[in-house]
Ligand binder design. Structure first.
Ligand code: CAA
Ligand code: NAD
Length: 283
C-alpha cells in the first residue's frame, strides 16, 4: 500500500516539525492534538517557518508554501484523523503509559496494514507495543530536532516488528531525503543513549560550578566542532525530555544514567527550555 496520507499525533516541537517536513514532501498530513488552540498556534508557526526559511530565501514561492500548508489538516478527534491514512506517527509526551494506551487505541481504529510509528526518544518499542494485537506493524521512526533540517532518521525495530514494515519505513524516510540507520530495540537506542549522557554531564559540570553554561557550550562547539553546545541543546530538545530519558535509562540500565539534580530542578520549576521561553538560557 503506497503511503500518501499520514496522521501525526501530538503537535508539539516534534509533531509540528514532522508535519511541516512531510507536507513539504507531498504527503497529506492529519495533525492531532488535544486542543483546537494548540493546533491553530502550531499551524501559524509552520506558516511562519515556511515564510522565513523558504519563501524569504527564494527556495519556495508563496504559492508553493500555501500548497504545503493546505496539505496539513487539524484534528482533535483521533478516530476521524486516522481514517484513510497509511501511516500514523505518534509524537506525544515521552511517557510509556500514555504511548501504550495510544497504541492500543490505534489498534482498534486502524486497519492492520497501517504502519504505526512512534517518534519516542528512548522508550522501548516492544514495550510500547505490549498491549497491541498487531505488534508486527509497530516501529520506531525517530526524527531529530529540528525535523525539517536534521539529516538522520533512526529506525527502531521492536522484537516483533516485521521486516516488511522496516523496509516500508525506510523507503518512507528516504522519500523525505533523510539517511536511515536501523537499530535494534534498546533503551535510548543509539543516539539518545549517547547524547543524553553528554548533555547530563554538561549540566552536572555547570551545577558543580566547574564552568558557566556559556563556557561549557563554547568549549564543546570549538573543541569538537558541534553546531550547538550540550546545554543549549538540552534547552532546544526540552529539559523535560532529557529528564524523562534519564529517568528511564536509569530504571532500565542502571544508576550511571541518573539525571543531574539540576536537570530535575529545572523541570520542577517549569524551566523547560525554548518551548517555555526560559531554560538554562532566556529566549
Ligand atoms: N524548518 C526548515 N528549515 C529550517 C528550520 C525549520 N524549522 N530551522 C532552520 N532551518 C534551516 C535554515 O533555513 C538554514 O538553511 P540554509 O542553511 O539552507 O539557509 C539551516 O536550517 C540552518 O538554520 P539557521 O541558519 O537558522 O541556524 P543555524 O545555522 O544556527 O542552525 C540548527 C540551527 C540546525 C538548529 C543547528 O544549530 C544544529 O544543527 N544544532 C544541533 C541540533 C541537534 O543536535 N539536534 C538533535 C537533537 S537530539 C534529538 O532531536 C533527538 C531526541 O530524541 C531528543
Ligand atoms: P512536546 O511536549 O513539545 O509536545 C507533545 C505534544 O503532544 C503536546 O502538544 C501535547 O498537547 C500533545 N499530546 C499529549 N498527549 C496527547 C494525546 N493523548 N493526544 C494528542 N496529543 C497529545 O514534546 P516533543 O518534544 O514534541 O516530543 C514528542 C515526542 O518526540 C516524545 O516522545 C519525545 O521524546 C520525542 N522526541 C523529541 C525530540 C525533541 O527534540 N524535543 C526529538 C526527537 C524525539
Amino acid at each position: 500500500m503506497e503511503i500518501k496520507n499520514l496522521c501525526v499525533i501530538g503537535a508539539g516541537i516534534m509533531g509540528s516539525g514532522i508535519a511541516q517536513l512531510t507536507a513539504s514532501f507531498g504527503y497529506n498530513v492529519n495533525l492531532v492534538d488535544i486542543s483546537d488552540q494548540i493546533l491553530k498556534n502550531v499551524k501559524k508557526s509552520i506558516e511562519i517557518n515556511l515564510e522565513r526559511f523558504f519563501v524569504a530565501k527564494n527556495k519556495l514561492t508563496k504559492e508553493e508554501a500555501n500548497k504545503i500548508l493546505h496539505r496539513i489538516r487539524l484534528y482533535t478527534n483521533k478516530e476521524e484523523a486516522v481514517k484513510d491514512v497509511q501511516m500514523v506517527i505518534e509524537a506525544v509526551f515521552e511517557e510509556m503509559e500514555l504511548k501504550q494506551q495510544l497504541f492500543s487505541e490505534l489498534d482498534n481504529l486502524c486497519n492492520n496494514n497501517v504502519i504505526l510509528a512512534s517518534n519516542t526518544s528512548s522508550l522501548s518499542i516492544s514495550d510500547i507495543a505490549l498491549n497491541s494485537k498487531f505488534k508486527e506493524r509497530i516501529i520506531g521512526i525517530h526524527f531529530f530536532n529540528p525535523a525539517p533540517v536534521m539529516k538522520l532518521i533512526e529506525l527502531i525495530k521492536g522484537k516483533k516488528t516485521s521486516n516488511e514494515v522496516v523496509e516500508k519505513s525506510k523507503n518512507f524516510s528516504e522519500s523525505l531525503n533523510k539517511t536511515v540507520v536501523v537499530v535494534n530495540d534498546s533503551p535510548g537506542f543509539v543516539t539518545s543513549r549517547l547524547i543524553y549522557v553528554l548533555c547530563n554531564e554538561a549540566i552536572d559540570l555547570f551545577k558543580k560550578g566547574i564552568a558557566s553554561a556559556e563556557d561549557i557550550d563554547k568549549a564543546c562547539k570549538l573543541a569538537f566542532n558541534f553546531p550547538m553546545g550540550p546545554i543549549e541543546l538540552s534547552d532546544l530538545v526540552g529539559n523535560d525530555i532529557y529528564y524523562h530519558i534519564g529517568q528511564y535509562l536509569e530504571k532500565e540500565l542502571g544508576q550511571k544514567y541518573q539525571p543531574s539534580i539540576l536537570l530535575q530542578e529545572m523541570v520542577e520549576s517549569g524551566l523547560l527550555g525554548r518551548k517555555t521561553g526560559k531554560g538554562f538560557y532566556k529566549y
